[in-house]
Design a binder for this molecule. Structure first.
Ligand code: ZN
Length: 152
């Protein structure tokens, strides 16, 4: 895990984070937290696909931006995800610390490691892109649930 600033990211990482930031405008959250999160994934073939969070009156039904981006990629036939970037705001305010994937998203993304092998690079940013954590899914979920039955 590395703490970085935006300028310390590589070109592709900055591009991915900027696309995640654009996706914030599509976020839907009229409820209390008003968190508006954007995420973007990069495929092995260098395609970038973004998603944003979709809140629900029943908060357990909320869809995080990360899973929305993965689902959007899936809808375009891409499961070869190699990188993810996340950024967001809190209503009209800023989020001071980098936004980290929740436990549900970590387990959701773990499935892609099973599909693809390898790892997924994860860039987590605060609203201002001044505090960024660069990590990976394996680092975020070192001992994932592996299931109790074989894949068919
Ligand atoms: Zn999540």
């Amino acid at each position: 895990m590395m703490n970085l600033t935006f300028d310390e990211l590589g070109n592709e990482e900055r591009e991915l984070l900027n696309e995640a930031e654009k996706a914030i405008t599509d976020a839907y959250n009229p409820y209390n937290s008003q968190a508006r999160i954007g995420a973007a994934v990069r495929t092995k073939s260098n395609k970038i696909i973004a998603g944003s969070n979709i809140a629900n009156v029943s908060s357990t039904v909320n869809l995080c931006a990360e899973r929305a981006a993965f689902a959007a990629a899936n809808a375009e036939g891409h499961r070869d995800i190699i990188a993810l970037a996340i950024i967001g705001t809190d209503g009209d305010g800023v989020i001071e610390d980098p936004i980290m994937p929740c436990g549900v998203c970590r387990q959701f993304m773990e499935e892609y490691l099973t599909i693809n092998g390898g790892d997924i690079s994860v860039i987590c940013s605060n609203s201002a892109k001044s505090k960024i954590i660069k990590t990976s899914l394996k680092e975020l979920l070192p001992l994932p649930y592996a299931g109790s039955s074989e894949k068919k």
